[in-house]
Design a protein around this ligand. Structure first.
Ligand code: C2E
Ligand code: CA
Ligand code: CA
Length: 686
């Protein structure tokens, strides 16, 4: 009760208000700085303790003096300057010690002890300040109030520093400062209640008021300046901390090479989009580069990186930066396209694909990466994020598997087919090591004489569970999964090794896939295999299809010339099934044309179609290129081809593909008798 009376009757409330503001601001800043003392390491901790001590000390000191200047004891008052300064130093030094104790081990007990020390500091400052306060009257002290003020100050101080390090979020973050204020205020007014002044007779009160007011304002300004320094330091530290947090966050959410958002942020962004009002205008595009591995292999990783960076930049700017692009790793990108309209998407994705077909300058070189793009539209192709992304991926794999398409929109049949293919691709990876692959050889003969010219190597895969899997099924799979180079190397090596043991003059024809032809190291690889296996180059023939050539004509031509320079011949496979066969024939230096089986098939049904075959043969003749007819199954076909002066033939009639000992069995010549042969044993040995 005495405390309340003391506060309201013996104090100028304006001063009390100013003191209260000072106290609250000071306590808030002190607690923040104190938290930094606890969390900092090494010398930084000392620095923060010093700053916290200066802030806390000056806050306590100014709070006390402003309140004291508002104290109206009813008698004239003087201040002892020595003790006043001493009380300020005590406040700063004591607070510093308190923070060091509390911060020293990060132990909870030490924090409470430090808090208690802080409470004692406040008390020491207060009572030293009171000794500096000289009144013209008789002063008595009430020891009970003094004891109560000490207990309150120590208890609140201990509580404040104890909870401050842990209670630092939400409303609880305010509690420690509140406890500190409670400690300072309760000490001050309980302490003042202990201070009793009996005025001496004949002394006039209040004469010193204007000087006191000026002093109070000066003290307050000084106090706020010191606190301001603390605030500024704290804010600078906070900014630096935020900046480094921003940097860390950026690192966690972005790909370091291209600075594009990474998989984590892609998922987060897509989740947000699908949860938001614009979910209906969303599609996902999965993107995989077509020739990244080759760029990396032939020009080095630095060039590969440069290509990725340049393409990332194009994606960022694509369509005015309207969409969200991310790099998921390697040469895989993903985009959130902000439209659900299929027609608009068609155009958009077309344009997107165009970005990948623009060459990237790598020093003196130009690289064109090309991309396969799969698109899934929300919610049709997936109502949740994972399904949507997976289906975009499936569509992308589909696009990748087909050498002629680069864009594929998801549809439900794709799902089953692709899952099946995935499983198969996985098995294919092991097939080479597990010896499940072998080569069969199919004879190629002169049509005129039946003389054996060579054999075409055809790859066979006997799957341990599924049995024989036809190459038309697994070759595209190997192409789509980057296995074809390894597989192709195995075939080439095996075929050359086998052929090296054949009689002189027999050639071996090896099929190369489109992907192999884009590999710049191919000529060198062929050269190496020829040296290692000892097969003369003239006995190796490479079979290429038109589709393998037209993807990148300049590159194909370059590689073809290099292969021919080794002395290896090149045949155009499946002629007539392609697109601009005539152009291809003119543009590329082929040594042989393999006329597709579909032409040979026509021969038995329709006399008129003979005209087509005749035209092909005439064309080849005019270019000076020999023709081999594929898929000869009947004697009639063989006879007709003989009459048309077709050079060579291949087909079940002459011999089915068979394991390598077929070469010894067939000898040097195939002679076909007049009767149509049974499919199983078509040919007879000469
Ligand atoms: P291709 O190069 O056109 O090979 C000829 C295909 O026609 C072979 O099928 C062969 O068995 C078949 N064939 C031959 N004569 C006849 C006939 O009289 N009638 C019928 N109906 N078919 C006949 P296969 O072995 O299933 O190979 C299919 C395709 O797989 C090949 O077509 C070729 O494009 C590809 N392939 C096979 N082995 C390899 C390889 O080692 N590497 C690459 N890249 N592709 C290969
Ligand atoms: Ca072939
Ligand atoms: Ca063929």
């Amino acid at each position: 009760m005495r405390v309340i009376t003391c506060l309201f009757t013996e104090h100028n409330l304006w001063f009390v208000l100013l003191a209260a503001i000072m106290c609250v601001v000071g306590a808030t800043i002190t607690i923040r700085l104190y938290r930094l003392v606890v969390s900092a390491q090494g010398s930084a901790r000392l620095g923060w303790a010093f700053l916290a001590a200066v802030c806390a000390g000056s806050a306590i000191w100014t709070t006390h003096f402003i309140a004291m200047l508002g104290y109206e004891p009813g008698v004239p008052v003087r201040l002892d300057s020595g003790l006043t300064i001493a009380s300020g130093l005590i406040a700063i030094a004591g607070s510093g010690a308190a923070f060091l104790i509390a911060g020293i081990h990060r132990s909870r007990i030490m924090q409470a002890l430090g808090g208690a020390a802080f409470g004692l500091t406040v008390a020491a400052m207060h009572f030293t300040g009171m000794f500096a306060y000289r009144v013209d009257g008789i002063v008595t002290w009430d020891m009970n109030y003094i004891a109560a003020s000490l207990i309150l100050s120590v208890a609140f101080g201990a509580a404040a520093l104890y909870v401050a390090p842990n209670w630092n979020g939400g409303w609880r973050a305010m509690v420690p400062a509140f406890l500190l204020v409670a400690g300072i205020v309760s000490l001050h007014f309980t302490g003042m209640a202990a201070f009793l002044v009996e005025p001496l007779a004949g002394i006039e009160p209040g004469a010193q008021s204007p000087a006191f007011t000026a002093m109070a304002i000066a003290v307050a300004i000084a106090g706020f300046l010191i606190l301001g320094t603390g605030v500024a330091t704290y804010l600078i530290e906070q900014r630096m901390r935020e900046a480094s947090e921003d940097k860390l966050r950026h690192m966690a959410l972005h790909d370091p090479l291209t600075s594009l958002p990474n998989r984590t942020s892609f998922y987060a962004r897509l989740d947000a989009r699908l949860d938001g009002p614009q979910a209906g205008e969303t599609a996902v595009a999965a993107i995989d580069l077509n020739r990244f591995k080759e760029i990396n292999d032939s020009w080095g990783h630095a060039a590969g990186d440069q290509v990725l960076i340049a393409l990332a930049e194009r994606l960022r700017k694509f369509d005015g930066g309207r969409h969200f692009a991310a790099r998921l790793g390697g040469d895989e990108f993903c985009m959130i396209l902000k439209t659900g309209d299929e027609r608009e998407l068609q155009d958009l994705v077309q344009a997107l694909e165009g970005e990948f077909n623009q060459p990237v300058q790598c020093g003196a070189l130009e690289a064109t990466a090309g991309a396969s793009i799969g698109v899934a539209i929300y919610p049709r192709d997936g109502e949740v994020r994972d399904t949507l992304v997976r289906n975009a991926d499936l569509a992308m794999y589909k696009a990748k598997a087909d050498p002629l398409t680069t864009i594929c929109f998801y549809n439900s049949e794709l799902g089953d087919a692709v899952r099946e293919r995935r499983a198969l691709a996985h098995d294919l990876r092991q097939a080479i090591e597990n010896n499940e692959l072998s080569l069969h050889y199919q004879v190629q003969t002169s049509i005129e004489t039946g003389e054996i010219r060579g054999y075409e190597a055809l790859l066979r895969w006997r799957h341990p569970v599924r049995g024989n899997i036809p190459p038309v099924q697994f070759i595209p799979l190997a192409e789509a999964n980057g296995l074809i180079l390894q597989l192709g190397d195995w075939v080439l090596r095996r075929a050359c090794l086998d052929a090296a043991a054949w009689p002189e003059g027999l050639k071996v024809a090896v099929n190369l896939s489109a992907i192999q032809l884009t590999h710049i190291g191919l000529p060198q690889q062929i050269h190496q295999v020829l040296i290692e296996t000892g097969l003369p180059p003239a006995r190796l023939e490479i079979e290429l299809t038109e589709t393998a050539l037209i993807k990148d004509k300049a590159q194909s031509l370059h590689i073809m010339r290099q292969i021919k320079a080794l002395g290896v011949s090149i045949a155009l496979d499946d002629f007539g099934t392609g697109y601009s066969s005539l152009d291809t024939l003119r543009a590329f230096p082929f040594d042989k044309i393999k006329m597709d089986k579909s032409f040979t098939d026509e021969l038995k049904t329709d006399q008129r179609s003979l005209a087509v075959v005749r035209a092909v043969l005439a064309l080849a003749k005019s270019l000076g290129i020999p023709v081999l007819a594929e898929g000869i199954e009947t004697v009639e076909q063989l006879e007709l081809l003989r009459l048309e002066h077709c050079d060579e033939g291949q087909g079940y009639l002459l011999g089915r593909p068979a394991p390598k000992d077929v070469v010894n069995r067939l000898g040097t010549r195939i002679e076909v008798s007049g009767a149509a042969p049974a499919a199983s044993a078509p040919a007879r040995r000469a």
